[in-house]
Design a protein around this ligand. Structure first.
Ligand SMILES: Nc1ncnc2c1ncn2[C@@H]1O[C@H](COP(=O)(O)OP(=O)(O)OP(=O)(O)O)[C@@H](O)[C@H]1O
Length: 604
């Protein structure tokens, strides 16, 4: 630590010796005996840490001369002055919530000194240190869904907006007026305009975030379609595809030609300088078709970016999206959590619908999901819940019960790329009998490696793209150079793919406790038809922390980079991050670390 020795007065604590290093400020109370009994009882004050990290500080302000309180019940004379009047500055930071340790809440440290120049000097230094942190956003686009949750969207935004102001973040705030507003805004924005922002923040629920994700990616992200298994109807060509069209939801679809090359949305919404035209059109490079490409998409943005740079005269205007800088943030409705000034990459599921119903024409339509894509039970709950919107969030419990009692199952064929990391005991269609093997008799499942802040698995996955394969093994790449497809057929209560663990209050471990945020894999969950009580048993396991809801004979769990789903009917729908998507044939792939979030990782 440097700077030791400077003594400042800290509100609620008294005199502290303050120092700093490249990570943050160190604080040593000179009279710890005075604060031990009082500090922790002041609920609004941060718990006194010996260090305030610069990454936890979002602003610093010089204040007018004024009072700084000493420790509880002490009337000390400090620096020759009564503690009532001093020159002051305040450090605004974030700290762990006491009630919910996984949440971050704003906090303030009020410092005082008898010399104005000492306060000014600390303010300047701290401002310089935090401005030095490159990751801090300066310009954000914010979408506020005023009706989200119980209509708390605007209130939540009003609570957190002052924090952004204090942090000197410029914001373009758009209060959504209708469903699709955020999608339309983002998809119609030119890349040049989008480039003026460091990211987009959703003040709303999963639905708004999903809109933002799709608005950002639909016309911009170009990659091959997900790989499909041999024998899949469209393997080897998309000759049945029709032209570029809208699917009626305002989201993008592709022409068969562009589809064979790259997945992208309406090219007429692209940037003025056409950086988003199909790469092959620019370069003549041979980009393999979707069907011949067996590699999962791995967010290979760098190579696309490079191609565009090589081929465009005015390089200044060419920034492809998504990119490593641009980040997405969420301020969940019903919470006052502030956005975290950090960076974390997130896998995204790219869902290509080949056909919406068995009789429909083949018309590839692309959607993206950040958390979950599911068919059957999961789709029906959302569909049913639309009839009970008036109930508010309780509609999900109600419709969940209704759908559960109907106990419908669906014929389907699912093919997935095998990675050797499967927890299934019933991978063949013939073994579609219901029944749960007693938990204690099941094979011993490997210990779960939970994704946490600084997760080594996600880090290894992200760095493996930049290193030689000798240095860090990359299982997804190895698998997909030579994919082995496994078919699973039968009657399913649900087919779902979790991109992340999907933890929530109801399911403390989520759907898949050991899902990782950016390892490039989906967790395919195939729930075969089984007696209702067993299904109930399985579902109730999700509500208990530390249980093993996937350890049933009728449950298959496959960790895979891609899968294809075919159903010969249109009895059910897909649920993509809580949004309905009618489809009977889809291919899904994990796009590794495709977007970056303002977040530091799961706090579990
Ligand atoms: N101003 C608006 N009016 C109506 N719908 C909107 C508006 N803004 C966004 N939407 C749509 O409302 C849907 C739900 O949004 P969101 O998930 O953010 O809120 P929510 O309270 O979690 O809602 P739900 O419980 O329905 O998921 C999304 O499809 C979103 O596109």
């Amino acid at each position: 630590m440097q700077g030791d020795g400077e003594v400042l007065f800290l509100g609620g604590v008294g005199e502290v010796s303050i120092g700093f290093d490249h990570e943050g400020l160190s604080l040593q109370p000179l009279h710890p005996e005075l604060i031990s009994s009082c500090w922790s009882s002041i609920q609004l004050q941060p718990k006194l840490e010996n260090e305030i990290k610069f990454s936890d500080i979002y602003a610093v302000q010089l204040l007018d001369e004024g009072p700084v309180c000493g420790p509880w019940n002490t009337k000390t004379v400090i620096q020759g002055k009564k503690n009532s009047e001093m020159h002051r500055f305040v450090v605004h930071g974030t700290t762990r919530s006491r009630k919910h340790p996984s949440a971050w809440v704003p906090c303030e440290y009020l410092f005082g000194h008898r010399e104005l120049k000492t306060c000014k000097s600390w303010v300047q230094q701290i401002a310089a240190w935090i401005n030095n942190e490159r990751d801090r956003p300066k310009n954000l686009m914010v979408f506020v869904h005023p009706l989200c949750g119980k209509g708390r969207g605007l209130k939540n935004w009003e609570t957190v907006a002052p924090l952004f102001d204090r942090a000197k973040v410029n914001m373009k705030v758009i209060v959504t007026e209708r469903a699709g507003h955020a999608y339309d805004t983002l998809s119609s924005l030119s890349d040049k305009e989008l480039k003026t922002f460091d990211g987009v923040v959703a003040v709303g629920g999963d639905g708004l975030f999903n809109e933002i994700l799709n608005g950002l990616l639909s016309s911009r992200y170009k990659t091959s379609y997900p790989p499909t298994p041999e024998g899949f109807r469209y393997f080897g060509g998309n000759e049945n595809c029709k032209g570029n069209t809208s699917d009626g939801l305002g989201y993008s679809t592709c022409t068969p030609d562009s589809a064979n090359i790259m997945v992208s949305g309406n090219s007429n919404k692209c940037d003025d300088h056409e950086p988003l035209l199909s790469t092959s059109q620019h370069t003549g490079l041979d980009i393999s078709s979707s069907d011949s490409c067996k590699k999962p998409c791995n967010g290979d943005r760098d190579s696309l970016f490079q191609i565009q740079l090589d081929n465009t005269a005015d390089q200044d205007h060419v920034i492809s999206f998504p990119n490593d800088w641009f980040r997405l943030g969420v301020i969940p409705s019903g919470s006052t959590d502030a956005i975290v000034l950090r960076r974390m990459s997130l896998d995204i599921a790219q869902v290509v619908r080949w056909k919406s119903s068995p009789t429909a024409e083949v018309l590839p339509t692309v959607r993206y999901a950040a958390s979950f894509a599911g068919y059957g039970f999961y789709g029906e709950v959302i569909r049913e819940s639309e009839n009970y919107r008036w109930m508010g969030p309780a509609r999900y419990d109600f419709s969940g019960t209704m759908v559960f009692l109907k106990h419908r199952s669906y014929d389907a064929k699912v093919a997935f790329i095998e990675t050797g990391d499967t927890h299934s005991l019933a991978a063949s269609s013939e073994d579609a009998t219901g029944g749960a093997q007693p938990l204690q008799l099941r094979q011993k499942r490997p210990r779960k490696a939970i994704c946490r802040t600084n997760c080594f698995i996600c880090k290894a996955a992200s760095t493996s793209g930049q290193n030689s394969e000798d240095e860090i093994p990359d299982s997804s790449r190895t698998v997909c150079d030579n994919p082995k497809w496994v078919w699973s057929k039968g009657r399913f209560l649900s087919v779902g793919a979790a991109v992340i663990s999907c933890r929530n209050e109801r399911a403390p471990d989520g759907l898949v406790a050991d899902a990782h945020l950016s390892d490039g894999f989906l967790h395919l969950l195939l729930i075969r038809d089984c007696p209702l009580p067993l299904y109930l048993w399985h579902l109730t396991q999700f509500t208990k922390k530390g249980s093993d809801p996937l350890n049933f004979k009728f449950v298959e769990h496959h960790k895979t980079p891609a899968f294809t789903f075919i159903s010969s009917h249109d009895e059910s729908v897909w649920n993509l991050d809580g949004e309905l998507f009618q489809a009977c044939e889809v291919s899904v792939q994990a796009c590794r670390g495709l977007v970056n979030l303002f977040a530091s990782g799961p706090e579990v």
